[in-house]
Ligand binder design. Structure first.
Ligand SMILES: [Zn+2]
Length: 697
């Protein structure tokens, strides 16, 4: 998943702060056009820096709003693009402290800042004189169109102000802002409750309970236990990266059940960290907020500027795949049940058995042992592989910066210089934070500290990839699963999307949510190209490339378990949409989830990928609310674009097609309409049938 802190960036030449300047506000210094001063980042400085940054930005905005000159693109839109540079810098630190290095101390500050940030945004979005100026520029542009990217920028800004309540009267504006303020508090509480339950429900195993687990997994589980003061035991943390392999391999069914329950009950334990009443309040607030703007429901409001345009289009896509997905689950469960019976296991497949028996079916059907595959998936080789792909498609080369030359926020973080292969031109820096640690949010994501723009001189891109690989014991190489390798490529796809931007204005770097997952999902496909396999998927001990036979098995097995993965995902995406289309008055969140899943004939043998109480995509902010479907929307584009590469004369490394890929699908970011960009690439719209073929449905 992706964390995009999209605020308007820019510079601040006229206004000098009178207060003593917080070090986190400072211009970035050093090599590569200046880099974040992570070596000076302290939790105790962040609150003051954020407050000062907000103040500076507000002053700039007020200057624009109060300008006596007739509004035009230069004195209004362009000046807005320039504003808030300090705040944007502080946000980079804030993002790291919140996602990579969170602590109880920071969480307290975060909770204090959330309402202030929301108020700050409201003050800008609801600034009447500012909106009047934007509206004038927007209206004038209808008669006298600007250059295409300027025109799109004006439209995006006008719409975002309109969608944020800029056109409301004073009283409604007040209501709107107070709703947002309350929501911002709830979002923070929601995600902190999940984090709390991820940290509080570690399961400790004894030596006798390690059946089925790999040596590497056991070693790191032992180390985590030592860190937690439980020497001699083995820790299964309450995170996906620990839960998933444990459920896949452990032979201890009762403990599997316990680990499963802990994980899927996060923030659903009817205690002070339970999220259900928070969700109910969020839903009500969201609905009343969009009602103020005249929308019937949150989804209508949210999707208007997405590729799907409206909830019906998104629902149609999901429902055209759902029956095939749950049907496939039925077959998968039958296969697993048969296998369990043949092993003399007297059980009925339950959700905590799915991964375990699926792995056994995988082995018997495809003779594919994921531990064997892992031996060929070394983290450092995968990193080289990604760089190779970026070289072939994007003309990039990666060179590790000299240690100490670029400040990092943790000793584990590594930094590469990215430049053009053909002319050595610097593109930016790539920061990689690979390992799980206390205080780091789970999963994998990408973000930027600085995006590409050219309107005030060219800026280079500072992008970061973050994963939660379990740090190996000293001296062990890091071996990862095929799924994790895929995710690693996925997040790198986001980074390449950031690096390849050729937009003029900062706001055009923003993503369209059901489109930005497409580029990253597409990049996953290069993991299994012959060029990558032959050069980089080599055995960690012998250095031999992965045998063709094993590769063929992986390729054949790639359609395996699609029932599980499609259904667990779609169940979450459908609940996300349906819960926002439902009447939130007196909603019982637990009941809604159960009843809706029942109506959809959700198979009993697996849960939603993200159950409602810990559905952070949807309730710890608004980025993916009624937009989780976006991954599948992007999947259709991915499957369709993949077919284009399969059909190309030189396949995945076809020069002509990869040039088009960069030119139309990556570089323009949001500077052209995504549907139009896709047509320029493919010559037509994407087809849902490509997705069905891709999943073997
Ligand atoms: Zn993503």
């Amino acid at each position: 998943m992706i964390l995009l802190i999209s605020i308007l960036t820019a510079c601040n030449q006229n206004i000098k702060s009178t207060a003593s300047k917080n070090v986190l506000l400072n211009e970035w210094e050093g090599p590569y056009g200046g880099v974040p001063a992570f070596n000076k980042m302290k939790v105790e400085n962040i609150k003051d820096a954020m407050i000062q940054g907000m103040k500076l930005r507000l002053d700039e905005i007020e200057n624009i709003a109060q300008n006596k000159d007739e509004p035009n693109f230069e004195n209004t839109i362009l000046q807005m693009e320039r504003s808030g540079k300090e705040l944007s810098r502080v946000y980079s630190y804030y993002g790291i402290l919140s996602s990579n290095l969170s602590s109880p101390e920071f969480r307290k500050i975060q909770a204090e800042l959330a309402p202030l940030l929301s108020e700050h945004q409201s003050k800008i979005n609801q600034n009447e004189s500012l909106f009047k100026r934007i509206e004038t520029v927007f209206n004038n542009s209808k008669d006298n169109p600007l250059e295409p990217d300027q025109q799109r920028l004006v439209e995006i800004i006008y719409n975002s102000f309109f969608m944020s309540g800029a056109s409301l009267n004073q009283q409604k504006k007040k209501q709107y802002a107070s709703i947002n303020k309350r929501l911002s508090e709830l979002y923070i509480k929601f995600s902190n409750n999940i984090l709390n339950d991820e940290e509080s429900y570690t399961t400790y195993l004894t030596k006798e309970e390690l059946g089925g687990l790999s040596e590497g997994f056991i070693k790191s589980a032992a180390e985590i236990a030592v860190k937690n003061g439980e020497k001699g035991k083995y820790a299964i943390t309450n995170t996906r990266s620990s839960m998933d392999p444990f459920l896949t391999f452990s032979t201890e069914r009762e403990i599997r059940k316990k680990v499963w329950k802990n994980y899927y009950s996060r923030a659903d334990n009817d205690d002070e960290f339970d999220n259900k009443t928070i969700i109910a309040e969020i839903l009500k607030l969201r609905k009343s907020r969009v009602n103020l703007l005249g929308y019937d429901n949150y989804a209508d409001w949210r999707l208007q500027d997405r590729m799907a345009k409206n909830p019906d289009n998104a629902m149609n896509l999901m429902m055209s795949i759902w029956p095939a997905a749950i049907n496939r689950v039925k077959q998968e469960v039958e296969d697993m049940q048969k296998l369990a019976n043949s092993l003399g296991h007297n059980i009925k497949i339950e959700p905590w058995d799915y991964r375990f028996y699926a792995e056994k079916v995988r082995k018997s059907k495809y003779d594919l042992n994921s531990e064997e595959v892992k031996q060929y998936l070394q983290l450092n080789k995968l990193t080289e592989a990604m760089h190779y792909v970026a070289g072939r498609l994007f003309d990039y080369k990666f060179k590790k910066v000299e240690e100490g030359s670029v400040p990092v926020f943790h000793p584990d973080v590594e930094v590469w210089e990215v430049s053009k292969k053909s002319n050595d031109e610097n593109v930016g820096l790539w920061y990689l934070d690979p390992y799980a640690r206390q205080g780091k949010r789970s999963g994998a994501w990408a973000s930027t500290f600085r995006g590409h723009t050219t309107f005030d001189g060219k800026t280079n891109v500072l992008a970061t990839n973050n994963s939660n690989f379990i740090k190996p014991a000293e001296g062990e190489s890091i071996l990862v699963s095929w799924d994790d390798a895929t995710t690693f490529f996925h997040e790198f796809g986001h980074a390449l999307h950031f690096f390849s931007s050729n937009v003029r204005y900062p706001s055009l770097n923003g993503g369209v949510r059901d489109y930005t997952e497409f580029q990253s999902q597409l990049l996953e496909r290069w993991l299994s190209t012959d060029e990558v396999i032959k050069q980089f998927l080599v055995h960690n001990k012998t250095g031999e490339p992965i045998p063709d036979q094993l590769v063929n098995k992986i390729k054949k097995a790639s359609k395996f378990n699609q029932g599980f993965s499609t259904t667990e995902y779609l169940a979450s995406a459908l609940i996300d949409m349906k819960i926002h289309l439902a009447d939130p008055e007196n909603i019982d969140v637990a009941k809604f989830e159960i009843e809706t899943l029942n109506q959809m004939n959700m198979p009993k043998e697996l849960p939603m990928r993200h159950r409602t109480p810990h559905f952070g995509h949807v309730f710890s902010g608004e980025g993916y609310a009624t937009a989780y479907y976006g991954y599948m929307w992007a999947d259709v584009l991915t499957a369709d674009a993949t077919e284009a590469f399969v059909e190309a004369p030189d396949g995945f490394y076809d020069k002509e097609l990869s040039d088009k890929l960069v030119k139309y699908l990556f570089a323009p970011r949001n500077a052209i309409d995504p549907a139009e960009a896709y047509r320029l690439f493919r010559g037509r719209d994407a087809e849902i049938s490509a997705l069905k073929r891709d999943r073997g449905f």
